[in-house]
Design a protein around this ligand. Sequence first.
Ligand SMILES: [Zn+2]
Length: 512
Amino acid sequence: MGEQILKEELFEKVTSLAERRGFFWQSARTLYSDAPAGYWVYGPLGTLLKRKITDIWRKEIVFKEGALEIETPLTLPIKVFKASGHLEHFFDKLTECRKCHTRFRVDKLIEEQCGVKENLEGMSDEDLMRILIEKGVRCPRCRASNWTEIKHFNLMFTLQVGADAIEPNAALRPETTQGSVVEFRKTYMVSRGKLPFILAQVGRVFRNEISPRRALIRMREFQQLEIHIFFDPDNTSDYDRKLKPLLNYKLRFLRKEDRETGKISEITAREALESGYTVNSLITYWLVIYQKFFNEVIGIPAERLRYRELIEGEKAHYALVHWDLEVYTEDLGWVELVNNAYRTDHDLSGHQKVSGVDLSVDVGGRKLMPHLYEPSIGLDRVVYHVLALSYREDVKRVWLALPRHLAPIEVAVFPLLSKDELIFRAKQIRDLLKSEGFHVFYDEKGSIGRRYRRMDEVGTPACVTVDYQTLSDGTVTLRDRDTMNQVRLRLEELPRALRRFLSGASLEELVE
Ligand SMILES: [Zn+2]
């Protein structure tokens, strides 16, 4: 495989490739240089990659775990966020430079200038202010060190819906969860539900970040893949059974007491459950399922994954226990991919109180307020990390060693030379593969070497080349992106061979 690239350059290289080849780029900036930051466009390749990740999540998680997918509006009444606690608790702390009036997120300011990282989110305003003063933190823009009092800045975008509105009466959702909670009762009834009752939502959410940055990592509009499991906290026996075959699976935790050293504890699902650390079999099961999904399906090496236990102050306002499933890259460090929160009956009880509607369910004659556990994937961050962890380069080429089943373009078809008889045959083969359901790219321009490089750079696993031998004996070459080796296959075998190759078979296995 390729030489190791300089780790600190990875982010620059990936985002530059993404812009150059059409995975993603900043919204509206090609026309309006002052367009607000934190909004990103997915180009054709990025859209395909994102859809593949979403589809595979649907197949492996939503369908297999029996979740019902619903779609709820992006706009919700402000009352919803009063009930959920977002109006009161969903804020970042900011301070303003008294000289140039630029506003900054206090924790990020301290983190960047003092290298302090842990537990800033949990600190009181007074302690944060003290650090700003004691450490002489300077304004990144004008170098002054004269800060205003810390203000709480709510991260929701509020709206005035309707011509009569004189003040905000709605907000763009900051998570898909509230839609599921508000519609829980109705969905439970129409689907004749029983606990545990699992909903899924895919959709955009909005947060008015003070400093959006790092491309797809911190955005103002982003996408979540969320699972909402409503359950009886006194009866998770369904999951005792489901967890059984997975009890020896090793979960990777950064426990709160190991923050300083960064030591990751590998403990089996059995130990995690029996020690009480993961609360119950339902939560334990879902922690296993998501670590397995990111490792085995999305292809992130296990040593780059960990569950970071959040502590008071860092945990969301609704969470009793809370782990972030994080991924490691050398330049960005550990970044959260999945927020895993045990929200108890916080949301349903909040809505019952504000709406006055009874949201409890009947379980064998007993009235019960279901609890909620929620693993929530930040999809855009997954897209970025899939690209970053696939990035390879050596003296000859740059390529994306994407897991083959995630590659946006599955196969490219080329005539070896730009000759009519080869072009004619190559186009026939392109159409054949399209009719077989493959996502095919066709190219006849430039040298064959350059055409291979262009496909390598966007992670296309296979290239099929049509040459003069094709015309005489009906065979084509199939080239493997990673090894650059080729085999000759008969055309009749091509669709089946390609299907096997995309599911992981080696070239050698195809010609056995
Ligand atoms: Zn300033």
